[in-house]
Design a protein around this ligand. Structure first.
Ligand code: ATP
Length: 293
C-alpha cells in the first residue's frame, strides 16, 4: 500500500498541497481527480520523489518510502518522457535494462506490452512518427515495462480514443490484479466513474473526499428516482420534489420520502403512459461538483 501522510507543499507562497493524506491500496485502481491546479501533479511528483514536500511523508506498507522502492515504481509524468527519435521497442528495452532487467527479459515484456496495447506492428517505428494517441500508448508501455511494484500515471487516458481507453484499462487492471497499487489522475469523470475501484477528490490542494466509489456515493447519497413517461414536465410543479434532470419525457428527481416519490408515480399514471419508474444512483460527476465547491 502506498500512503501519503499529511503532505504540504508551497510554491512562492502559494500552498499547492495542504495536509494531504490518502492511501492507494494494493490491487486497486485509484482515480485521482480535481480541477486544473488542484495539486494532482504536485502530489504525484512527491510520491515519485521528483519533488520534496515541505512537510509530511510518503510510505510503502507503513514504512517510509526508499529510493529502492521508487526505482521499482512505474511513472508516467505529465511532461511524458520518451525520446522522439528512438524506435519504440528499442526505448522500452533500454528502459527495462535501466531498471535491471536483462535485454532478453525486457524485450519479451516490451513486445508483449506493445502487442496488448495495439502497437505490435509499430515496434520499429520512431516515437515521433506515431499519432499522438499511439505515442500515449507507448508512454504507458514505458511505465510498465519493468513490472512495477506501484504505478503512478498522470492523465494516462487523455487523448486516447474509446477503444484505446478500454485496451489501456485492461493492461492497467492486469498490473493491479498482480497486486500493485495503481494511482491515475484524470479529468474525464465518466471514465473515472467506470474505471476506478477507489477515488481521491482534490480541490485547492485539499482532499475533499476519498474512498471506494460506493463509500463516496454512500456519504453523499440522497434518494433519487427516474421516471420515463410521455411528458414529465408536471413533476416540476409538485411541491417538495426537486427536479435534477429533465428532458421531455425523462425526469430524474429527489424526494423527501418514498411516499412522495409514489405520489409522482401515481400522478404520472393518471396522466398517461409510464415507460419506467425506478430508483436512481447519483452520478459521480454531481458528487464531484458538490465536494469541490
Ligand atoms: N514548479 C512549480 N512552480 C510554481 N508553481 C507550481 C509548480 N508546480 C505546480 N505549481 C502550482 O501548484 C498548483 C497545483 O498545480 P498542479 O500542477 O499540481 O495541479 P494539477 O491538479 O495537476 O492541475 P492540472 O489538472 O491542470 O494538471 C498550481 O497553482 C500550480 O500553478
Amino acid at each position: 500500500m502506498l500512503s501519503i501522510r499529511s503532505i504540504s507543499r508551497s510554491f512562492n507562497g502559494h500552498q499547492a498541497l495542504k495536509d494531504v493524506t490518502f492511501d492507494v491500496h494494493d490491487g486497486l485502481m485509484t482515480g485521482f481527480v480535481g480541477a486544473n491546479g488542484a495539486g494532482k501533479t504536485t502530489a504525484m511528483r512527491i510520491i515519485l520523489g521528483v519533488l520534496t514536500p515541505d512537510s509530511g511523508s510518503v510510505e510503502v506498507d507503513g514504512r517510509p518510502v526508499t529510493a529502492n522502492d521508487r526505482a521499482q515504481f512505474g511513472y508516467m509524468p505529465e511532461e511524458r518522457g520518451l525520446y522522439p527519435k528512438m524506435k519504440v521497442l528499442e526505448q522500452l528495452v533500454y528502459l527495462g535494462r535501466l531498471h535491471g532487467m536483462t535485454g532478453a527479459a525486457a524485450a519479451k515484456r516490451a513486445d508483449a506490452l506493445l502487442e496488448q496495447l495495439g502497437l505490435g506492428d509499430r515496434q520499429d517505428d520512431t516515437l515521433e512518427s506515431l499519432s499522438l494517441g499511439n505515442q500515449q500508448r507507448a508512454q504507458i508501455a514505458a511505465a510498465l515495462v519493468h513490472e512495477p511494484t506501484a504505478l503512478v500515471l498522470d492523465e494516462p487516458f487523455s487523448g486516447l480514443d474509446p477503444m484505446a481507453v478500454e485496451t489501456t484499462l485492461g493492461v492497467l487492471r492486469d498490473v493491479a490484479r498482480a497486486g500493485a497499487p495503481v494511482l491515475f489522475s484524470s479529468h474525464q469523470l465518466d471514465v473515472v466513474e467506470r474505471l476506478c475501484d477507489s477515488l481521491v477528490i482534490l480541490a485547492h490542494g485539499e482532499v475533499r473526499a476519498a474512498g471506494t466509489r460506493e463509500q463516496i456515493r454512500a456519504a453523499h447519497a440522497r434518494p433519487e428516482w427516474i421516471l420515463e413517461t410521455d411528458d414529465a414536465g408536471f413533476v416540476r410543479g409538485i411541491r417538495g420534489i426537486e427536479v435534477l434532470e429533465f428532458d421531455g419525457g425523462h425526469v430524474r428527481f429527489t424526494a423527501p420520502s418514498e411516499a412522495d416519490a409514489d405520489r409522482v408515480l401515481r400522478e404520472a399514471i393518471e396522466r398517461g403512459f409510464v415507460r419506467s419508474f425506478s430508483p436512481a444512483i447519483r452520478p459521480l460527476t454531481e458528487i464531484f461538483q458538490e465536494v469541490v465547491r
